[in-house]
Design a protein around this ligand. Structure first.
Ligand SMILES: [Zn+2]
Length: 712
């Protein structure tokens, strides 16, 4: 830029003015040549100016500095002069000047050392105080000379202004173009520029198809995620164009992710709109740059319906509304967020033990109560892959609370504090030991120093070996001293009596506050956050919970995996056994009644019913009362009727009258009968049934006593 205009003529004046300003005191100090090109492109292309900067070296030699005294600072090549942050070279220069090491500062146009007036003025001030000269292609300046100082100040101001105008001109041109919608900004995939620089749909039909599919699916389903699912299920790929590199402009096909979909839906270009200034980049005091997306009413330029698109402007706006609503419904728990109202204790710091991602929370309601689930669904959101892990939160939360309450007991803390006490008693001993270590290191360093000093300087090989040893000894000494200091600081952390009481009070308070019904879930979460760094969950046959406390302590809990719903509903094994036993003597309905009477319940809860007993029998292969009676040799009514040559209805009457012994076999009033044996009743017309029963019972009683005797 401006460098080329000055050139050789100016060195003539310098030759006159120079020697008067240069004094022996200046020559005693060093000369610093500062070389800078603000961008890497300048570094590559503007080599001529770099060479001119090196040529300044020769000027310094002409003024009386020797080559060895000229230092070149060129580590800022490629850094802009707009701020001193990150410009190590400039900072080094300022440091050297302020220490009074510098006789003259050399630079092509020194005011461009710093394009920022404040930095420049500070450098001038320092040069004045330390009596440092400044030399550029135009001349030699003494900062203590009023005229020189004025000139340098002006040069700095002009330089800053130049930078400003340059920038304003560039940005102004850019903005004007943008306001007309003519700025050629990079287009998203699916849109291209034609030869006349007009925006067209990509002529590749497959690309168009893919973009249209995204919008169509979103129109139908209303969620970015279901677009991803749809693509994945159908095995479709999505195009993207390489923006940079050797393959610039080439089309590649890959899987569609949810961030893709969101970018497409949020991009106004697909609706034929031109926009500019959607983001704002700020430079922070530490020199870092951060980009922020602005709300749409703050965009610098937005021109709807400027070119062809895939959707209408109205549809674009409707899509934005839909996405905003979706985000409110689902997005809240995605990141490590401040504690919210839900009861899930670990909101925001549960980590998936399978893939290492942060798990999110989903609530479900059962009988009016909110239950949290911890769920790892990033892969699902992005790539419509299956959910990595979903773990019911309730058992984990309660185990964790138990752990916290147990750990925060007075007894536990008492132990911890007594350990601390013991440390205090050992404290002095340890300190003595460490002091000795430092003393020994000191002694060795001294010895190495002596050895080095004693050696003949001409014997360079030996000297350098000894110097290295001396160096090592000094390093060891420094390490020992640092270690000593570190340990001493750590010892200071030992808890005194007052602190100890406060800590103890805290533990009793903790369980009280925790269990207080007025404590909100939000506050409970805050407590947990104070104590726990994060929690990692792995679910297999059981749930493994790794808890990392603040301060690094680890604890692992194992929680039985929650039973699946069918397992929850299953009748416990011992109850099935009981049903089996009861079925020897009772029908299904009777068994149910007995169990209900004993206040026993099926797995699902509620009361036993005959039908349920039947289900249990079939599920566990238990024999029914009927089958058991038949196996014991009992006869049906029909069989006994045939046997005794009577009608079935007579069998019924005789059973009621007690002439036949029958057992209820099921809940449909079906009886099975004992074989009548030798004293079988026979038809006896004209005799009353009640009378015959007495005779029958008397006979049978004799039989029974006989049997009993046999058995005995
Ligand atoms: Zn995972």
């Amino acid at each position: 830029m401006a460098e080329t205009s000055t050139a050789n003529g100016s060195f003539g004046t310098l030759a006159n003015a120079g020697p008067m300003k240069v004094k022996p005191a200046h020559l005693k100090r060093d000369a610093y040549l500062y070389i800078r090109q603000s961008t890497l492109r300048q570094v590559q292309q503007n080599t001529e100016s770099t060479q001119r900067q090196y040529a300044l070296q020769q000027r310094a030699v002409a003024l009386g500095w020797t080559m060895e005294k000229i230092h070149i600072i060129d580590c800022d090549l490629g850094q802009s002069g707009a701020s001193t942050v990150d410009r190590e070279g400039f900072q080094q220069l300022v440091a050297e000047v302020s220490l009074g090491h510098v006789g003259v500062v050399l630079g092509l146009e020194v005011s461009r050392l710093a394009r920022n007036s404040a930095d420049w003025q500070r450098l001038l001030e320092l040069c004045a105080i330390t009596d440092t000269l400044i030399l550029d292609e135009d001349g030699l300046y003494d900062c203590n000379d009023f005229n020189d100082r004025l000139l340098l100040g002006l040069k700095g101001t002009l330089s800053e202004a130049e930078l400003h105008f340059l920038r304003a001109r560039m940005r102004g041109g850019l903005l004007n173009k943008a306001r007309r919608g003519e700025l050629a900004s990079p287009l998203p995939v699916g849109l291209i520029y034609d030869e006349q620089k007009r925006v067209r749909l990509d002529p590749d039909q497959q690309v168009q198809q893919a973009i249209r599919l995204v919008f169509e699916t979103f129109r139908r389903s209303g969620s970015a995620f279901s677009v991803v699912t749809h693509f994945k299920r159908s095995g479709w790929h999505f195009p993207s164009r390489e923006r940079t590199g050797a393959r610039k402009g080439e089309l590649t096909w890959g899987t569609l992710t949810s961030s893709h979909v969101l970018r497409i839906l949020h991009n106004p270009r697909y609706a034929g709109a031109f926009f500019f200034g959607r983001t704002r980049t700020r430079t922070w005091p530490d020199g870092s740059r951060r980009t922020q997306t602005l709300p749409d009413h703050e965009w610098l330029v937005l021109i709807p319906n400027l070119h062809v698109g895939y959707i209408s402007w109205e549809e674009f706006q409707a899509n934005q509304d839909r996405l905003r609503n979706n985000a409110q419904a689902l997005g809240a728990d995605r990141r490590k967020s401040p504690p919210r109202e839900g009861p899930a204790l670990l909101q925001g710091f549960v980590i998936c033990g399978v893939c290492g991602r942060r798990m999110t929370i989903r609530y479900h309601t059962r009988q009016g109560i909110l239950y949290p689930d911890y769920i790892c669904q990033r892969e699902k959101i992005d790539h419509a892959a299956p959910v990595c892990q979903q773990i019911p939160g309730h058992p984990i939360d309660s185990a964790l609370v138990k752990l916290l309450l147990e750990n925060m007991t007075p007894i536990n803390l008492e132990t911890a504090l007594s350990v601390q006490k013991e440390i205090v008693t050992r404290h002095e001993e340890a300190n003595k030991l460490r002091t000795q270590q430092v003393a020994r290191a000191q002694y060795e360093a001294d010895l190495a120093a002596q050895r080095y000093r004693r050696v003949d300087p001409n014997n360079r090989l030996v000297a350098s070996t000894l110097e290295a040893e001396w160096n090592a000894a000094l390093c060891a000494l420094q390490e020992a001293q640092q270690e000593y200091e570190r340990c001493r600081q750590a010892d200071l952390l030992v808890i005194d009596d007052e602190l100890r009481e406060r800590v103890m009070a805290l533990t009793t308070d903790f369980s009280r506050v925790w269990n207080d019904p007025h404590t909100t879930d939000q506050n409970r979460k805050r407590f947990v956050r104070l104590l726990i760094e994060d929690v990692t969950l792995i679910k297999s046959s059981e749930i493994v919970v790794h808890v990392r406390f603040r301060g690094g302590a680890m604890q692992t809990l194992t929680i039985p995996a929650p039973r699946r719903s069918w397992q929850v509903w299953t009748t416990p094994q011992e109850r099935v056994q009981m049903v089996d036993n009861l079925l020897n003597d009772y029908t299904d309905e009777q068994v149910a009644a007995i169990l209900n009477e004993r206040d026993l319940h099926p797995g699902k809860g509620g009361l036993f019913r005959g039908r349920l007993i039947g289900n249990i029998r079939r599920a566990y292969g238990l024999k029914s009362r009927y089958e058991r009676l038949r196996e014991a040799g009992m006869l049906t009514a029909k069989e006994i009727a045939n046997h005794l040559s009577i009608e079935e209805c007579t069998v019924k009457e005789w059973r009621k009258a007690g002439l036949l012994r029958g057992y209820l076999a099921n809940d449909k009033e079906v009886y099975l009968f004992e074989p009548p044996g030798p004293n079988a009743p026979t038809k006896c017309m004209g005799q009353k049934l009640s009378k015959r029963r007495q005779i029958f019972e008397a006979n049978n009683l004799q039989d029974r006593t006989k049997e009993v005797q046999y058995e005995a």
